[in-house]
Design a protein around this ligand. Structure first.
Ligand code: TRP
Length: 370
C-alpha cells in the first residue's frame, strides 16, 4: 500500500509498477519529439495512458496538464522537479491547471489557511514564475477558492460532492488503509482537481495529463475509477486522465527530500554557506572509507546523493555526466571533488534563480484573481 501522506520511501519501483499496472515510460521515448531531461534520464519512469497525450503533441492537438502541490514549508529542489515538467508542457502549448492544495494541507498538515495562502504565493508561486511559468493559459487556483466566476467555482465543488456517490467506504479503505475524514475529504478534492477541467464550465471533454510523484498513485487510481463510473452512469463524460510518474529527488541523507526535515533538502532560499554545509555534512556519499580504498575499488555513483543531484537536475550535458559517472566509479574522482562540483552547480543555479525571483514578484498578480 502507498500512503500519499506518509513519509515512506519507495524502494521497489518495479514491484509497484507491476502491482498497480503502471507502464514503463522508456518505450515511448523514441516517439517523443523533444523529450525533457527527466524523461531521457528515466526519472519520469512510468505512465498510464501517455500514448493519448503523445498523439496530441505529435499532431498538435489540444491537451491540458493538471497537477498540484501542498504549500507546506519551504519550496525545495524536489518541488522544482515537478515544476520543470509543468513548464515543459506549457511550452508545448498545453493549458495548465495548477492547484494549491491548501484544504489538503489544512487537514493533513494542520496548518492555518492564511499561512498556507501566504506560503503558496510568496514561496511557491514566486518560485514557479522564476522557474519559467507563464500566466498565459494558466489556471492557478486554491482548493479553498476555485474561481471568482461562481459558475466555474460551483461546478468544481459540486463535483467533489458528487464524487462521493461513485466510491464505497470499503474501496477507500482498500486504497488508503486507515481513514480519517480529512483523508476522505482530501482524496475527493483531488478527484475533482483532476477531473474538473473537463466539466462544461471549463470547456468540456478533453485530454488531461497529470504528472505526479509516485506517492500520488492512490489518488490517480481512485480518480480513474470514479471517472469510469460517471461515464458508465451516463452522467458526466470524462476522457480518462493520463498520468506520468516521477521518482523522488533523494533526500540528502537518503530517503526522500521532504519539507518536514530541513537537513533532507536544499531550499531555494539556502545561502551559499548553507548549501556548502548541507552537501559537505549531510549529503550521503557513495565513496569509500579511505582515499586508498576509494582509488582501489572506486565509488558508487548510484547511491551518491551529490551524483544524483547532478544527474537529475544540475548537469544536463549527457557527455559530462557520463564522465563524472565513469571517473567516480573508477576511483579517479574522490567524494570531495564530486561534492565541490555539485556545490558549485547548485550555488550558481540558485544565485541566478534568486535574481529571477526578484523579477517574478511583479508578475504574481497576473496569476491571482482568476
Ligand atoms: N496531493 C498532492 C500533494 O500531496 C497535491 C494535489 C492536490 C494534487 N490536487 C492535486 C496533485 C491534483 C496532482 C493533481 O502534493
Amino acid at each position: 500500500m502507498i500512503d500519499p501522506w506518509g513519509s515512506g520511501e519507495i524502494k521497489d519501483y518495479e514491484k509497484i509498477m507491476k502491482e498497480f499496472g503502471i507502464k514503463p515510460f522508456k518505450p515511448l521515448l523514441k516517439n517523443i519529439p523533444d523529450p525533457h531531461l527527466l524523461m531521457r534520464r528515466g526519472i519520469i519512469f512510468g505512465h498510464r495512458g501517455f500514448e493519448k497525450i503523445l498523439e496530441c503533441i505529435k499532431t498538435k492537438k489540444e491537451f491540458c496538464m493538471m497537477t498540484g502541490l501542498m504549500p507546506s514549508g519551504d519550496f525545495h529542489l524536489g518541488h522544482a522537479l515537478l515544476v520543470q515538467q509543468i513548464i515543459y508542457y506549457q511550452g508545448l502549448g498545453a493549458r495548465i491547471f495548477l492547484c494549491v492544495a491548501d484544504i489538503e494541507a489544512y487537514n493533513m498538515r494542520r496548518i492555518g489557511l492564511e499561512k498556507l495562502r501566504e506560503t503558496a504565493i510568496e514561496e511557491y508561486l514566486v518560485n514557479y514564475i522564476a522557474l519559467g511559468l507563464k500566466p498565459k493559459n494558466c489556471d492557478f487556483y486554491f482548493q479553498s477558492q476555485r474561481s471568482k466566476d461562481f459558475k466555474k467555482s460551483n461546478s468544481y465543488y459540486r463535483l467533489i460532492g458528487m464524487s462521493s456517490r461513485r466510491v464505497t467506504f470499503n474501496e477507500l479503505s482498500a486504497i488508503y488503509g486507515e481513514l480519517t475524514p480529512g483523508k476522505i475529504m482530501s482524496a475527493l478534492a483531488q478527484v475533482s482537481d483532476i477531473l474538473h477541467p473537463q466539466l462544461k464550465e471549463f470547456g468540456g471533454l478533453k485530454n488531461v495529463l497529470v504528472p505526479v510523484g509516485i506517492d500520488q498513485d492512490p489518488h490517480i487510481r481512485l480518480t480513474r475509477d470514479i471517472a469510469g463510473r460517471f461515464n458508465r452512469a451516463n452522467e458526466i463524460k470524462f476522457s480518462m486522465p493520463s498520468t506520468t510518474f516521477h521518482r523522488f529527488m533523494p533526500g540528502l541523507k537518503g530517503g526522500k527530500m521532504s519539507s518536514s526535515d530541513p537537513n533532507s533538502y536544499i531550499s531555494m532560499n539556502d545561502s551559499p554557506e548553507t548549501i556548502r554545509e548541507k552537501i559537505m555534512k549531510h549529503a550521503f556519499s557513495g565513496g569509500r572509507g579511505s582515499v586508498k580504498e576509494h582509488r582501489e575499488k572506486g565509488g558508487i555513483p548510484e547511491i551518491d546523493v551529490s551524483y544524483n543531484l547532478l544527474y537529475m537536475m544540475f548537469e544536463p550535458d549527457d557527455k559530462k555526466i557520463q564522465k563524472i559517472y565513469d571517473d567516480y566509479k573508477s576511483g579517479k574522482m574522490l567524494t570531495g571533488e564530486l561534492k565541490e562540483i555539485t556545490i558549485e552547480k547548485i550555488t550558481k543555479f540558485l544565485e541566478k534563480h534568486r535574481e529571477r525571483r526578484e523579477k517574478a514578484k511583479d508578475k504574481i498578480e497576473m496569476f491571482l484573481n482568476q
